[in-house]
Ligand binder design. Sequence first.
Ligand SMILES: *[C@@H]1O[C@H](CO)[C@@H](O)[C@H](O)[C@H]1NC(C)=O
Ligand SMILES: *[C@@H]1O[C@H](CO)[C@@H](O)[C@H](O)[C@H]1NC(C)=O
Ligand SMILES: *[C@@H]1O[C@H](CO)[C@@H](O)[C@H](O)[C@H]1NC(C)=O
Ligand SMILES: *[C@@H]1O[C@H](CO)[C@@H](O)[C@H](O)[C@H]1NC(C)=O
Ligand SMILES: *[C@@H]1O[C@H](CO)[C@@H](O)[C@H](O)[C@H]1NC(C)=O
Ligand SMILES: *[C@@H]1O[C@H](CO)[C@@H](O)[C@H](O)[C@H]1NC(C)=O
Length: 457
Amino acid sequence: MSARLAWRRSPLPQLSLAAAAIFLLTASWQLASAQQLSDDQLTQVKARLAQGATHSWEIGTRAQALTEYDTPSYSVLNSTSLPPPKSSAPSSLDEVLSIAHSVVTSRNSTGPQPLIGGTQNGEAAADPASIGVAVLLANWTGAGSSDGLDYAGAAQDQLDYLLESVPRSSDGAISHRVENVQLWSDFVYMVPPFLAYYGVLNQNQSLLQAAYDQCRLYRQALVDDDAGGMWRHITGNSTDNGHWTTGNGWAAAGMLRVLGTIQNSQYSKKMKQQSKDLAGWVSEIHTGIYPHLQTTGLFKNYADDAASFEDGSGTALIASTVYRLALLAGVHTHLPLAEQSRASLSAPNSTSSSSSSSSASSSSQTSTAPISTATAPTGSLAHFTSDGWLQPVVDPYNVGVQGEHSPEGQAFVVEMYAAWRDWAALGSPGKNGAAAQAMHMGVVTVAVSLCIVVLLL
Ligand SMILES: *[C@@H]1O[C@H](CO)[C@@H](O)[C@H](O)[C@H]1NC(C)=O
Ligand SMILES: *[C@@H]1O[C@H](CO)[C@@H](O)[C@H](O)[C@H]1NC(C)=O
Ligand SMILES: *[C@@H]1O[C@H](CO)[C@@H](O)[C@H](O)[C@H]1NC(C)=O
Ligand SMILES: *[C@@H]1O[C@H](CO)[C@@H](O)[C@H](O)[C@H]1NC(C)=O
Ligand SMILES: *[C@@H]1O[C@H](CO)[C@@H](O)[C@H](O)[C@H]1NC(C)=O
Ligand SMILES: *[C@@H]1O[C@H](CO)[C@@H](O)[C@H](O)[C@H]1NC(C)=O
């Protein structure tokens, strides 16, 4: 009663609540209709990726991003059934096959070993396996018959190395590093998708099961229930308990590739429960991390650490997994937020737009594009340098600090756009549902606010 009287005395809070609801609703519609990167801009992003990818996991991630973007029907994330045709590959796969060629041609011995670096490898044990899918694809499409390289042998040596030489935790998780047992969230993108693809091409269901089991064991070791389901970065004989955004992305994207491999394979019916678990574990990461999305549309480098800087690369990777989860498992919950991230990362540079707005309006009168846009496609974007590097980004070689360039971040932008395009091509399933839901909630908020005002005035 007294509360009601208090409300009655000051209707202003209700009015401002209603105004805020209307404002938020309008703002979300503006975001939904925001711009996207052009083909030219994405070509420039890919050029920087090609230039920057030199470490094993960058090379593997580049091969995966190019497959998803240029030849979706050969990606395990596409609904095309597996295995792909044995006939020679389409020319759109040339770059991916040339990555496999240059890696396999540098090998100078046989026997269990990673695809890059030999057993003296100072890098992680798991990272070179990220190139494994491209090598398997080269073998499958008969590249060896024209260049004489033993792609199947190289893939098998990488597999044997992982299964026989790399140490494991007591419950069987393969270590990310070879010198002692360390479980890094990054592993989930590097190794399980390779095991799964190997299993499908070689009719070996136990390898698909192993891919699933590694995801399960890594989740068990790294998931943080106190952080809503986000994953910690590293455990074992090295520790990073922080909720690294890119690490959560590596885990979600890796599990989605295993899910896609199972679901599009001859084993899909036998492995329904595994598919269900994987989709649930990706959702769990989304549910944990999205409450920490900044109003800028980006995540912090450590998602729940306010002192951390914003990171475009992890943001792009996480967004890509939202579209993929919608396509593979029909989960639509976080699509509006992924759209917000994609729009923000694709936004024009508003700092320079005040000076260029007059030229924009004059160019619309003459219908000619400004010359600067033609020569430097990403030159006028807020989150890319004029030559196409995403920013701001975490330093991929020192994950606690902000870096200048991130080759993996370039790949994540390509993966985000491949995922968004595939989702849009199917009519953006869930977008209207999600938007309608948001609109519905907005309308209800406004209506309820107005009713309260009317009742109480
Ligand atoms: C699968 O790939 C084809 C092109 O080969 C593309 O048109 C389609 O949108 C993709 N579908 C999905 C679900 O990714
Ligand atoms: C063999 O390859 C490894 C790794 O690429 C390299 O370090 C080594 O020098 C090579 N050895 C020879 C004899 O070429
Ligand atoms: C290599 O390709 C051949 C022929 O397509 C296939 O039979 C074989 O299983 C493949 N090997 C591996 C390791 O994937
Ligand atoms: C599946 O692959 C594993 C690992 O290489 C191997 O030990 C096993 O014999 C294979 N199973 C079949 C049925 O080929
Ligand atoms: C961790 O690694 C160091 C160096 O390899 C080693 O000395 C130490 O025994 C390891 N500790 C555990 C718990 O494995
Ligand atoms: C945005 O424009 C301003 C003013 O031209 C410039 O100083 C800044 O570097 C631009 N930002 C990016 C990311 O290009």
